[in-house]
Design a protein around this ligand. Structure first.
Ligand SMILES: NC(=O)NCCC(=O)O
Length: 430
């Protein structure tokens, strides 16, 4: 059993070992022709772009909360071990290990029905440095009230819903916690309606105050991505992550660097904070907000500024990015020798007025399914399984930050880079 708090469905497919036995007797063409059939025999209908069978209305993956759960229940233990090695990699020669959490954290996850999983990334033992183990948490959540409810009620209901998840992180001894992009509101930007601007807050606004108390209570650094209104500079809007220190102090903020050309760009523009790395009690952290994950140089800049852990708080749907999700952050972790925590909201958010997404499709009232699937990636290329595709959740991982330098020494990506060549080229094209 790989997760600390498991919610397996009752489906049990025949082990794929049966499939491989059958395949030994087939030619390659037969295998191709029969792939779908064999998949169906095993209850694993293969997904195609237009095939909704892999994403039934409950937004499960063939009845499972995550790919990890599906594979664990469907493969023989031996085959699953090997598939895990290939899909999630090895950390210090071993599969990324689940760890157990204190009972109060587990009790909160049962009572409030959120997915709770915990893992551990190791580093090699060093002779001159002590291990630098940090416990990091990521929270994914759906909204709490219909998008038609009064705004203040919507926001406060989200506070109420997220509170026990933060309490679970506190009970589990999490040191650094990150919430999802614009966590205090629905992702109303897809509607283009300006009324969502009302939910913007100053950096020291209501949500920051709410989290400051919790940061103090649990001695925890909290990263809080909000829609910001800069009251001191023309009341402009930004998509901002506020970094709250473990004493409840505001360490700083980062404003989203890359704004997608969908909805959001009609609300706010590119951030003006560069690529800050925040020195916290628990390590050097940075935030690459959502769409910035598609920009390798954005990831690079946080690395060059010394980040050891970069969060990617997101709000993204299946149609946009699900196939990129397991790849981009993991690649950034490898290329820049740091850890990445990827967070995505969950659920469907239905809005009162129909809108289009500029894709020629009919008007609709919901943007699409936010597929959750929050997870961690490590600089050695290993990663954790993902949280549920449709439920709120908290994923925790211990990570020895010494692994960052160890990977730099092993692979030397920074040393062998040729940034001067790229700088020259970029100088020419800019
Ligand atoms: N929130 C946001 O930047 N969404 C863009 C979609 C994506 O990057 O997957």
């Amino acid at each position: 059993m790989l997760s600390v708090h498991v919610h397996y469905q009752t489906h049990h497919f025949s082990p794929l070992t049966l499939v491989s036995k059958k395949r030994e007797t087939e030619t390659e063409t037969e295998m191709e022709r029969n792939e779908e059939e064999i998949g169906r025999e095993n209850g694993l209908a293969l997904a195609t772009e237009n095939d909704s069978s892999s994403n039934s209305n409950d937004h499960s993956i063939c009845g499972f909360e995550s790919l990890h759960h599906l594979l664990c229940a469907s493969l023989s233990p031996q085959v699953f071990q090997e598939v895990k090695r290939l899909l999630w990699g090895l950390n210090c020669g071993r599969a990324v290990e689940p760890i157990s959490l204190p009972d109060p954290a587990k009790a909160l996850s049962s009572k409030h029905d959120f997915d709770l999983q915990a893992f551990c990334f190791h580093a090699d033992k060093e002779l001159l440095r002590e291990p630098r183990i940090v416990r990091v948490g990521l929270i994914q959540n759906s909204i709490a009230l219909p998008t038609t409810a009064p705004f203040l009620d919507q926001k406060r209901a989200i506070f109420q819903k997220v509170r026990p998840i933060i309490d679970a992180a506190g009970a589990a001894g999490v040191n650094v916690l990150c919430l999802q992009e614009a966590w205090i509101m629905p992702y109303g930007f897809c509607t283009l309606e300006k009324r969502w601007c009302e939910l913007a807050e100053p950096v020291d606004g209501e949500s920051t105050q709410f989290l400051q108390d919790l940061a103090r209570k649990y001695n925890m650094v909290i990263v809080s991505p909000i829609l910001e209104r800069d009251l001191k500079h023309g009341e402009t809007l930004w998509n901002t992550a506020v970094i709250i220190g473990s004493h409840g102090n505001i360490i700083g903020k980062h404003r989203k660097n890359h704004i997608p050309l969908i909805g959001e760009s009609t609300y706010y523009t590119e951030g003006n904070t560069g690529h800050p790395v925040f020195e916290t009690a628990y390590g050097k952290i940075a935030v690459n907000i959502c769409y910035g994950k598609h920009h390798p140089l954005n990831w690079l800049a946080f690395g060059l500024n010394g980040a050891e852990l970069v969060f990617n708080p997101s709000a993204t749907i299946r149609q946009f990015s699900e196939q990129m999700w397991p790849v981009e952050a993991r690649n950034a972790a490898i290329a820049n020798s740091y850890f990445v925590g990827s967070i995505n909201r969950v659920g469907n958010e239905v809005f009162p007025n129909p809108f289009t997404s500029g894709d020629g499709k009919p008007q609709h009232t919901d943007f699409g399914h936010f597929y959750g699937s929050s997870h961690f990636s490590a600089p050695d290329g290993s990663c954790t399984p993902s949280l549920s595709r449709y439920r709120d959740g908290l994923i925790i991982s211990d990570m020895d930050l010494n692994l960052c330098r160890q990977l730099k020494d092993k692979w030397g990506f920074l040393m062998t880079s040729r940034y001067e060549l790229y700088a020259e080229l970029l100088g020419l094209v800019c």
